[in-house]
Design a protein around this ligand. Structure first.
Ligand SMILES: Nc1ncnc2c1ncn2[C@@H]1O[C@H](COP(=O)(O)OP(=O)(O)OP(=O)(O)O)[C@@H](O)[C@H]1O
Length: 536
């Protein structure tokens, strides 16, 4: 079978940093081809070149074995290449059909004569038909802002398919989905390949690669290291190819001496953590965070509808649930970003948090890692150092709000970048938006764990390892365990059930804005899974 998409000898630099160095990749018609690699390995950059977003400095791109030059995404669409990005590109107040119409090529003379209303009606019908063919329950007239993350992703997929894509690039599509949603998506992807499409699946999830990909290409530091059939390889082998060698794959490793020290400290603290955890269950620790009967304000069905839970000092409370059941709203309520109609929110030693501003809450010892890292945690246009310093200005670490000691802030940021293994930082003054997805997340984590003298009282972590590679995920998990060992209360909200089961001392399940079940660890996967869907 011929290659649908091939990239040969691709070079790409950003500000003198070589992100791609002779990279190559080829996907055939009718196959699901996974692309694996550590955070910052160059996967998104390579696929952005295939999607016409970046121009390579060297190398060739072939579609159907013919060399092509792409001047932009529209050109890629003409060659039937479509990409669904890690961060969706939908207009929230617009409907599904309006968004899809926006993604279609400008109308030809005939279509333009039809007028907007008629074209929108045609798109609505096409969306409904395509959604039905794929088994997606999507209402073309629904506004994007009312859809869950999984539904928005389906809209993105419909958008590229309706624009005619037969080479479909999905950048970490399962990172935002629950087990069941991810399985459904991956089966859809397989069905598309069976119908002849070429599907590129950029992912960190080895199990998905082994279960759903026909072939896998592994990248490391801008280069292609191997292409193989994943079913013939063990998971350990794939991990080894990804990170370099087995020792590195098994233990969270650090690329720098400072990082090594940080990793060692984190894992030492992590082993102390299990002892602390059992101590915590024996001697009951005080309730650090009490959430009682929270109900969000606003018209219609409230996103939080009587949510009640307690997180104790020295424990990790894992909140599981199907995405879109109020998890984001709960995190925002704790951070002080969501208007509440009813309920109480109390922090041990302070009392009612509801009148406290987001800054006050941070100063009280709340470290927050929100799921929407670009929306709520980082300012993409600000530098890495400024993003690190945000929120620390008020505690006078770097002078005062009126007079900022930039040099001190930059030195601290530089140190944290090393200690937390944030890769791809050429200069501490570069824009945060230029970091790869995983490294942007590591920057948020570095900031949150560096504030408050490194001793947060409450860690709010929503999908903290989303988009992180194996090694980085292990590092984040070690940090959460270390925080628990140091006496912090950790509220881990995650749609990744494996993550919740691996870390939590107690597991709660949220359905429609309410905690419907709680389990002590070790919780059984089936029981938690059942509670997640029972009343959904
Ligand atoms: N527009 C850009 N400007 C500057 N640097 C960039 C840009 N895009 C990517 N990079 C850099 O190129 C390198 C590769 O990033 P890329 O996003 O391709 O990695 P990735 O393998 O997709 O990582 P992740 O798994 O974290 O998403 C990183 O060091 C990143 O900081």
């Amino acid at each position: 079978m011929s290659d649908a998409l091939a990239l040969h000898g691709i070079d790409k630099s950003f500000d003198g940093f070589r992100a791609l160095d002779g990279a190559h990749f080829a996907a055939r018609w009718g196959e699901v081809h996974a692309l694996l690699g550590e955070n910052g390995a160059g996967k998104s950059s390579l696929m952005n070149i295939a999607a016409g977003l970046y121009a390579p400095e060297a190398g060739t791109l072939l579609v159907d074995d013919n060399p092509v030059r792409l001047a932009g995404p529209r050109d890629a669409a003409r060659h039937r290449i479509g990409m669904v990005h890690q961060h969706f590109k939908l207009v929230a107040p617009f409907t599904v059909a309006e968004n899809i119409l926006l993604g279609l090529p400008p109308p030809g003379e005939f279509d333009a004569a039809q007028g907007y209303g008629a074209r929108l009606a045609a798109v609505r019908a096409a969306v409904a038909a395509q959604a039905q063919a794929l088994g997606f329950a999507i209402d073309p007239g629904q506004r994007i802002e009312r859809l869950s993350v999984a539904e928005q992703q389906r809209v993105e997929i419909l958008k590229v398919l309706l624009a005619g894509a037969r080479i479909l690039i999905l950048d970490e599509p399962t990172a935002v989905l629950t087990d069941a949603e991810a399985a459904r998506l991956l089966h859809t992807v397989r069905a598309l390949a069976r119908q002849g499409a070429a599907v590129v699946l950029v992912t960190h999830k080895m199990a998905d690669v082994q279960a759903f990909a026909d072939r896998v290409t592994v990248m490391r530091a801008g280069r292609t290291v191997a292409t193989l059939e994943p079913r013939a390889a063990s998971e350990a082998e794939l991990v080894r190819l990804t990170v370099g060698d087995t020792a590195q794959a098994e233990a969270p490793r650090a690329a720098t001496p400072a990082g090594a020290a940080a990793s060692a400290a984190a894992s030492a603290a992590a082993s102390a953590a299990s002892a602390a955890a059992s101590a915590a269950s024996a001697a009951v620790c005080p309730v650090r965070l009490a959430v009682r009967g929270l109900r969000s304000a606003g018209a219609g069905q409230p996103a939080l509808d009587g949510a009640t839970l307690e997180v104790r000092a020295g424990e990790i409370y894992g909140l599981a649930g199907v995405g879109g059941n109020g998890q984001g709203e709960l995190a925002q309520a704790i951070m002080g970003l969501l208007p509440l109609a009813e309920g109480a929110l109390e922090l041990e030693g302070f009392g009612d948090l509801r009148a406290a501003s987001p800054e006050q809450r941070r100063a009280l010892g709340i470290a927050a890692i929100p799921a929407d890292r670009y929306g709520l945690a980082l300012a993409g246009d600000l530098s890495v150092a400024e993003n690190f310093g945000i929120g620390q200005v008020h505690d006078s670490r770097y002078g005062s709000a009126a007079w900022l000691d930039r040099r001190r802030m930059e030195a601290a940021a530089q140190e944290a970048v090393k200690a937390f293994d944030v890769l791809g930082v050429r200069s501490i003054r570069q824009k945060a938006a230029l970091l790869s997805g995983g490294n942007a997340q590591k920057l948020v984590i570095a900031r949150e764990f560096s504030r408050l003298g490194g001793q947060p009282r409450l860690v709010l972590a929503h999908s903290p390892s989303r988009g992180l590679d194996v090694r980085a995920s292990a590092q984040v998990h070690a940090r959460l365990r270390a925080a628990r060992a140091a006496g912090a209360a950790v509220l881990l909200i995650s749609e990744d059930l494996d993550e919740v089961l691996a870390l939590a001392d107690r597991v709660g399940v949220i359905v429609r804005g309410r905690i419907v079940a709680e389990f002590a660890a070790p919780a059984r996967r089936q029981d938690v899974g059942q509670a997640m869907v029972a009343t959904h």
